[in-house]
Ligand binder design. Structure first.
Ligand SMILES: [Zn+2]
Length: 308
């Protein structure tokens, strides 16, 4: 693994004039850690506090989520290069990863039976490609409440925006259930740095589209595997500590690169292959069975009108 300054140098060399913000973290999704979060919870099998995996959340039926991708370039319309084909490649990556498609890079994961497709009709019922383009420097800089004027009904569509993502590789503004009532509001969205979007994306090692897989994991209720540190290693405590998931190993902190054999939390192998770590795209291969159940629960509990 290259040190961070080498990665930045590489990115700058790769894209002269464009600063790819290789922060220490891939993602700036919020990390709820206070009791204030807990106080807002409603009882469910996939609350901020706990996961209750069970037969109800097994991936039995196919759920298909319509997606609109809003491509936000600056006012010159020239600084972002995301042709339609690259958007299609990103949807293909999502489906490979969430369906654990045999033979694909995500084939080692668990099939969530959740699929994604570019919306074919807009909220008014008019035919659409599911791709919208805007040229607005403020929006490209991830400033201004652009979602208020261009979001498609977030209760019925997954809204993905590509821009500079506020200097991160991507984020969701909140996790399901907090703050209460935020789901389905215009700000309910997934934001991706265009430099980490699509396959092949423009900048290695985040060029296989896994930033979107990771952020959609948050959007469907998953924490980072290292959320809240090691937590309790065994059931039932591991459902209410750490990442609230027992079949992901305890993990103290985020990791970069693809270093096999690294350990955390007293010698436990780091899940470098899990989409909810921060490792390079190339070594990510799957969600766990209980992560899949938590996402299925989130979809049913918090986003009941989203999937078809
Ligand atoms: Zn994240």
């Amino acid at each position: 693994m290259l040190p961070a300054h080498s990665l930045i140098a590489y990115a700058l060399a790769f894209l002269p004039g464009d600063v790819f913000p290789l922060h220490a973290d891939r993602c700036v999704a919020p990390e709820p850690s206070s009791s204030a979060w807990s106080a807002k919870l409603t009882a469910s099998d996939c609350s901020l506090d706990s996961t209750v995996p069970g037969p109800l959340w097994q991936p039995a039926t196919l759920r298909r989520i319509p997606v609109v991708v809003h491509v936000l370039a600056d006012s010159s319309c020239t600084n972002v290069n995301i042709p339609d084909a690259l958007v299609h490649s990103q949807i293909a990556v999502l489906n490979e990863d969430f369906r654990a498609l045999a033979g694909s890079p995500g084939g080692a994961g668990v099939d969530s039976k959740i699929e994604f497709f570019l919306a074919t009709v807009d909220p008014s019922g008019n035919p659409s490609t599911g791709i919208k383009r805007y040229c607005n420097t403020t929006w490209y800089q991830d400033q201004g409440s652009y979602w208020l004027s261009i979001a498609w009904d977030p209760t019925r569509y997954l809204n993905i925006y590509t821009n500079s993502a506020g200097g991160s590789r991507g984020y969701v503004p909140f996790l399901p259930a907090d703050p209460a009532g935020a789901i389905g509001q215009p700000q309910d969205r997934v934001v991706i740095n265009w430099l980490a979007f699509g396959r092949p994306g423009p900048v290695s090692p985040y060029h296989h589209g896994r930033t979107v897989t990771h952020e959609v994991g948050h959007y469907l209720g998953l924490f980072h595997t290292y959320y809240a540190g090691c937590g309790t290693a065994t059931a039932p405590g591991c459902y209410t500590t750490g990442d609230r998931i027992c079949d992901t190993p305890p993990n103290a902190t985020s990791h970069k690169g693809c270093t096999a054999g690294i350990t955390s939390c007293g010698g436990v192998p780091v899940p470098i292959q899990n989409y909810m770590e921060l490792t390079d795209d190339a070594c990510m291969t799957g969600f766990s069975a209980e992560q899949v159940q938590r996402m299925r629960c989130t979809l049913a509990t918090y986003r009941p009108d989203l999937a078809q």
